[in-house]
Design a protein around this ligand. Structure first.
Ligand SMILES: Nc1nc2c(ncn2[C@@H]2O[C@H](COP(=O)(O)OP(=O)(O)OP(=O)(O)O)[C@@H](O)[C@H]2O)c(=O)[nH]1
Ligand SMILES: [Mg+2]
Length: 314
């Protein structure tokens, strides 16, 4: 989604670049002041306008990404910084035009050109902090997950070590692509499979749905809330064998916690059937041997098909 965002130059880099090119390309003749101003003004103004233009409009991006951007860098802040850069681009154009007009009627062209350069440089410097913000944001946004918010999605949740990754690998037949996601250091895993000509997405969310809501800060809450925008079902994996290191009642408490606030269908499945059983789960499986996995997948697909029918396009 944001892989193509350009690096934002610093104001000094921009100023140096514009004035250097102006000097180089204004020709060798005597009357260089006007072309120099024209060139420097265009470079500064166009560079800034192009930078702003490379950002998507935050109203039109999928809500899933909108919420992630908001969690990661703040959509309002982003808008403010972008609009200041846009403002600078226009302002520089105005200054260049104003001084070019003055120069046509004046003998002191060099003086006016220097004055114009000074004003354009100072406008560019005022947006220094905005450019730094954009560059820092770009680093974070470029790592946004490659999740397709339109694909029916199985969101795999549960305590560490219960078998989330094993499930994903088993049903998608591949090691997941690891994407960074706000506030999970481990990154989320993304994999795909096809069933009756429909492509499905499976995301493994270590660190994302493994704690009660009450233990999250506001920013983390936004990142978690973004999941609501996926046409998804949550597969909550339980490990009744305690092999994962967490007692079953803790795992069940987290399941209840997630149910109480996550507005997506949830299927609770007991894994590691080969080691222990839990009759309270919706279904049982063993991702290690593959036993029961096909049934779990079939149920998840059924839930996704129903959800789509009930709530088209949501
Ligand atoms: N006996 C048995 N072990 C299993 C089964 N499924 C997974 N395991 C084992 O449980 C451990 C954890 O599995 P993972 O798939 O890595 O679990 P995870 O939930 O992705 O763990 P985190 O990424 O740390 O949150 C591994 O050693 C697996 O081999 C199963 O059905 N039976
Ligand atoms: Mg894992």
């Amino acid at each position: 989604m944001f892989e193509r965002l350009p690096t934002a130059p610093t104001s000094q880099e921009l100023i140096d670049r514009a004035f250097r090119r102006a000097k180089k390309n204004a020709g060798k003749k005597k009357n260089r002041d006007e072309p120099m101003l024209q060139i420097a003004g265009n470079i500064l103004s166009d560079n800034l306008a192009n930078l702003v233009g490379k950002y998507p409009s935050f109203e039109s991006i999928p809500p899933f990404y909108h919420d992630l951007v908001d969690a990661e860098v703040g959509v309002d802040d982003m808008r403010i910084h972008l609009s200041r850069v846009g403002w600078a681009s226009k302002q520089i154009k105005i200054v260049a035009r104003e001084y070019l007009t003055k120069m046509r009627k004046s003998q002191d062209k060099a003086v006016l050109r220097r004055a114009a350069f000074g004003r354009m440089a100072s406008i560019t410097r005022t947006i220094g902090p905005d450019l730094i913000f954009l560059n820092d944001s770009r680093k974070k946004l470029r790592k946004m997950p490659t999740v397709d918010p339109d694909l029916p999605t199985i969101i795999v949740a549960g305590y560490p070590n219960v078998g989330k990754s094993s499930f994903l690998i088993r049903v998608t037949g591949a090691r997941p692509e690891i994407a960074e996601y706000p506030f999970t250091t481990q990154g989320i895993g993304v994999g795909h499979f096809n069933h009756r000509n429909q492509r499905y997405q499976v995301i493994d969310t270590p660190g994302l749905l493994d704690r009660p809501l009450s233990r999250r800060n506001d920013i983390e809450l936004k990142a978690v809330a973004a999941l609501h925008h996926l046409p998804g079902v949550v597969l909550y994996i339980l490990d009744p064998s305690d092999y994962c290191g967490f007692p079953l009642d803790e795992q069940l408490a987290l399941l209840e916690d997630i149910r109480s606030w996550l507005d997506l269908p949830i299927l609770a499945v007991a894994n590691k059937k080969d080691l222990a059983g839990y009759p309270g789960a919706d279904l049982s499986m063993a991702t290690q041997t593959g036993e029961g996995v096909a049934e779990v997948l079939a149920r998840l697909i059924e839930i996704l098909e129903h959800t789509e029918r009930d709530d088209p396009g949501a």
